[in-house]
Write a protein that binds this ligand. Structure first.
Ligand SMILES: [Fe+2]
Length: 335
């Protein structure tokens, strides 16, 4: 029987690769964003600044930024060490697609890739310029390779996950080939590329599980994400192969408006296995980047089917404007 030997969860936001004195590159994007989602309301930058008060000026000081950036790097390095030590035969990553594979024409709520290999494509010149215009010049280096990289995929196990999920009442989208435009494969989403580029030293075979956390109108609820995770956990344990499997969540925590209280509540609910509390936050709180916490909730569901205990490596709120925008950076491991 397959064994789940490791779980981990990591934020993947661009500040993790951007020198702190350059965080304003992303802050500039927030300043022109008229749809900053915070709890149950939506703000433009000026109204958010008014709603949140003055405390974030100090939290944008150079030394605070530098300290939090350094903590994030240590956490990512620690995750790398943990993965190297576990040396899994396969890695299941739960991530959201950011209109990288799937476009608005077809947007599955849950999908599982079960082909034989995946291409993490290097950016073209035009794509690099597009990334730069969103302040992502540093982040692109840890999302995408300099040259195309190919990752093997355990297709039989992935197909088993698709059929098992269907059997558990989750009508997941089956994805056997990387979508392409005019013969050019679309880019592997940065939810997945980030983990291969920044955390892993080896390249275990990958099963990408894509959850539409982000885009209305078909985002699955937190409760549904948790139950989907449980179904995946049962399916992994039932797989007759002897693989040692790691599972990972990519993304989150609250962003682009950071909500440290919400992050703390959710981390605590996951750590203490208080699953009812984990799925009881108002659904509207999970919008924009904050929605990616649903990837963590899927992983918490998978790990609920094991005896592995969650340890929070660190949580560092990284602020890039005086209105409290940035990313709540969380890092956790289940062993
Ligand atoms: Fe993301």
């Amino acid at each position: 029987m397959a064994e789940i030997v490791l779980g981990f969860a990591t934020s993947h936001g661009p500040l993790l690769a951007t020198p702190p004195h350059e965080w304003d590159l992303r802050g500039a994007v927030d300043r022109r964003n008229s749809e900053l989602a915070w709890r149950d309301k939506t703000y433009d930058f000026a109204s958010l600044l008014q709603a949140r008060g003055p405390e974030f000026v100090a939290l944008n000081a150079a030394d605070v930024r530098a300290d939090r950036f350094a903590r994030c790097q240590r956490s990512l390095d620690e995750l790398g060490r943990v993965c190297e030590e576990a040396n899994p035969d396969a890695l299941l990553i739960i991530g959201d697609d950011h209109h990288e594979w799937f476009m608005p024409d077809i947007q599955p709520a849950f999908s599982i890739f079960h082909g034989d290999q995946l291409l993490n494509r290097a950016l073209s010149e035009a794509e690099t310029e597009h990334q730069n215009s969103f302040g992502l010049s540093y982040a692109a280096q840890i999302y995408y390779p300099e040259r195309d990289e190919t990752y093997a995929c355990p297709s039989a196990l992935a197909s088993h996950l698709v059929s098992s999920a269907i059997g558990s009442g989750f009508d997941v989208t089956s994805c056997a080939a990387q979508p392409s435009d005019a013969g050019v494969p679309r880019r592997l989403g940065h939810s997945f590329g980030f983990i291969y580029r920044r955390i892993l030293s080896k390249r275990p075979p990958l099963i990408p599980v894509m959850v539409n956390t982000y885009y209305p109108p078909n985002q699955p609820s937190t409760r549904r994400c948790f139950e989907f995770g449980r179904a995946l956990g049962r399916a992994l344990k039932a797989w007759p192969g002897g693989e040692r499997i790691a599972v990972a969540a990519s993304g989150g925590m609250t962003h682009f408006v950071v909500d440290e209280e919400m992050d703390a509540r959710l981390l605590d609910a996951m750590r203490t296995r208080d699953y009812e509390r984990l799925v009881s936050e108002p659904e509207i709180y999970f919008r924009s980047g904050t929605s990616e916490i649903k990837n963590w909730i899927v992983v918490a569901g998978i790990l609920a089917e094991t005896n592995l205990a969650m340890k929070i490596i660190d949580y560092a709120a990284c602020y890039r404007t005086e209105a409290g925008t940035g990313s709540g950076m969380g890092f956790a491991v289940w062993r």
